[in-house]
Design a binder for this molecule. Structure first.
Ligand code: MG
Length: 247
């Protein structure tokens, strides 16, 4: 049983805000809008193995949300104790992207489209905040989520100096949406993404769409946890009411 009221009360106490007035919802992409994480995990394991760098599917899921560059640098440094060259990082990342592209196009995450339709009906702005830098990202978003995400409000790997877990991507999402921290919520599936949302001072809803234990997301400070995007979609009217939006 999800105690939404208690979660909101805890957020307000911790953040010092006296209310949430929802104007925008900041969406992570992989594992939230697209069921793409299993393919990313496969691609990480395959490409890192070619460079004799240790990577498991679990590590891929635990580090989801970091930029590809940061993930490679972190694993390399753990093994060799020094930073990898930029050339090597670029080469491995290129390989990882190629491995990813061998998979079929990821499916839309069940419930995501219908959730965004509900937001739009209430005039709430959906905003994309991703650490991804895939070149096909805009085209795919426009095709699969037609008319839902304005390009000038999107935050991608190219917009920020610091990737998640740094708060910068979500702070920039607020800025692009023209809203304050207590006028938005974050939807995230990754531990590092939850950290970023919380660090940005935003009410952060975790959706556990992968193989991680729910505690992993709660331990990062997620304000609420749903077992899937479909569950969040189904529970949206209740959450919306609790957030004080009456339409
Ligand atoms: Mg994600």
């Amino acid at each position: 049983m999800i105690d939404i009221q208690a979660s909101i009360a805890r957020y307000l106490r911790d953040s010092g805000h006296s209310f949430i007035h929802l104007k925008a919802v900041l969406f992570d992409m992989d594992g939230v809008l697209f069921d793409s994480m299993p393919y990313h995990a496969d691609a990480w394991v395959a490409s890192m193995a070619k460079y004799d760098l240790p990577m498991t599917r679990e590590v891929a899921f635990l580090n989801e949300g970091r930029t590809g560059m940061n993930t490679i640098a972190m694993i390399y440094k753990e093994k060799y104790g020094v930073e990898p060259s930029k050339e090597l990082v670029d080469r491995i990342y290129e390989d990882k992207c190629q491995e990813f592209s061998k998979h079929p196009e990821p499916e839309r995450m069940p419930g995501a489209y219908e959730l965004i339709q509900q937001l739009q009906a209430d005039g709430i702005t959906p905003v994309l905040v991703t650490g991804s830098g895939q070149y096909s990202l805009f085209e795919r978003i426009d095709r699969v989520y037609t008319g839902m995400f304005a390009h000038d409000k999107m935050v991608t790997a190219y917009d920020v100096h610091h990737g998640k877990p740094h708060p910068e991507p979500y702070l920039m999402g607020l800025q692009k949406a023209g809203v304050q921290a207590n006028e938005a919520i974050v939807i995230e599936n990754a531990p590092i993404g939850v950290q970023a949302g919380i660090a940005a001072g935003i009410f952060t809803v975790a959706v556990n769409t992968g193989p991680l234990k729910p505690e992993v997301l709660l331990n990062e400070g997620a304000n609420l946890l749903y077992p899937s995007m479909q569950a969040l979609c189904d529970g949206w009217q209740e959450l919306k009411k609790a957030l004080g939006i009456e339409h």
